[in-house]
Design a protein around this ligand. Structure first.
Ligand code: SF4
Length: 365
């Protein structure tokens, strides 16, 4: 999304000044404000957050403060949309920098998914038994599509439960936008990645598949990925093992299948945090996830050796767009009575999107 340039006053702000002004604005707004900070945010943002979590936990945390007029979501666009869907209309959700999107979420749009659905109907018949499942990392209109077509949202924590449920409702699952989470989940449930899954490339006719492949597939996986987690490779796992005897490899299921299979543990961001918290002192961990989180875990657990599986890895570039200057700008706007960067999901989309999110809550309760 387009983000107007920051006013000069904020663009030139030093970190120290931004810090002081953010805290002053928080104090002035008091209980009217809640700030949510995703685990992948830099420390300079996390320290100002009332709640820290992954996308799903934060969307739920937002509902814990009904007295707050303003929910400032330090994360990316689809997360702010989820908060707007799940909270009452009188609460205003703000994304400090509208350019903070998610490259994975952007790999599937409503136009492409609707085209895919029509193509599948051509091959499988209009009474096809396909259940759409979208990862929470997707735009609100895709969550609405799923809600309208009898499917569900999932998170990296509950994907196996959500997909198992979907396969009880229909014969096949159309999983988007992350092919890796879809494939890893299918394999976890006992399906074969080679013979029971195919990949849907939205830029190719029929997604790049023959009708026979589509008929045979149990899983139709959208060709999307996370630019951060796809960087982890089998070579990096082998290197970490050879250079660090006794190391535990812990990765996120947005990583490719061969990396997940070669790891010792895999799971969502919250699972990664809990696994490290429970680990014994002196243990060694190579973690395959976003660098801000890995560095924070290393700082918070000095009794353990924790490092990123990829020493060259860069942070999630879109999360990084939430700079303290942007946070300061939106908060001082609120103090003056000006709302900037509100994220509003249109009502029609909201209703169906809420349906798919509520289905997830029911199915995965
Ligand atoms: S880490 Fe990956 S999935 Fe998460 S916001 Fe960044 S690009 Fe999107």
């Amino acid at each position: 999304m387009y983000q107007a340039p920051l006013p000069h006053e904020y663009a030139d702000l030093s970190m120290e000044e931004a810090d002081i002004r953010i805290e002053a604005a928080r104090k002035a707004l008091g209980s009217r404000l809640v700030i949510l900070g995703h685990h992948y945010q830099r420390d300079e943002i996390i320290k100002h957050s009332d709640f820290r979590g992954d996308s799903y936990k934060l969307a739920k945390d937002a509902t814990k403060r009904p007295e707050a007029e303003f929910i400032v979501f330090c994360g990316v666009h689809f997360m702010a949309e989820s908060a707007d869907i799940l909270t009452p209309d009188n609460q205003i959700v703000i994304l400090p920098n509208l350019a903070a999107g998610c490259s994975m979420a952007d790999m599937a749009n409503a136009f492409q998914v609707k085209n895919c659905w029509r193509d599948l109907e051509k091959v499988l018949g209009t009474d096809m038994s396909v259940v759409p499942v979208t990862y929470i990392n997707s735009a609100a209109n895709l969550k609405a599509f799923v809600g309208e077509h009898g499917g569900t949202v999932c998170t990296s924590t509950n994907a196996p439960t959500a997909v198992r449920w979907a396969l009880e409702q229909g014969e096949k699952v159309l999983f988007f936008p992350d092919q890796h989470l879809g494939r890893n989940t299918g394999v976890k449930l006992g399906y074969d990645a080679e013979t029971q899954m195919c990949v849907w490339d939205p830029f190719k006719p029929m997604g790049g598949n023959t009708p026979e492949q589509l008929k045979a597939a149990k899983f139709i996986l959208w060709k999307g990925h996370c630019s951060v987690h796809q960087r982890f490779t089998l070579e990096l796992v082998e290197k970490a093992r050879s250079e660090n005897p006794g190391v535990n490899i812990l990765v996120h299921p947005e990583c490719p299948l061969d990396v997940v299979e070669a790891s010792d543990f895999n799971g969502s961001t919250e699972y990664i945090i809990q696994t490290i918290e429970k680990a014994p002192a002196g243990s060694i961990w190579a973690v395959g996830t976003e660098i801000n989180l890995v560095n924070r875990l290393a700082q918070e657990h000095p009794d353990k050796t924790i490092f990123c599986l990829d020493p060259q890895i860069c942070p999630c570039s879109t999360m990084y767009r939430i700079h303290p200057s942007f946070l300061c700008w939106v908060l001082e706007g609120l103090v003056k009575g000006e709302v900037v960067n509100q994220v509003i999901v249109p009502t029609k989309i909201k209703d169906f999107a809420r349906l798919s999110l509520q289905r997830m809550l029911t199915v995965c309760a």
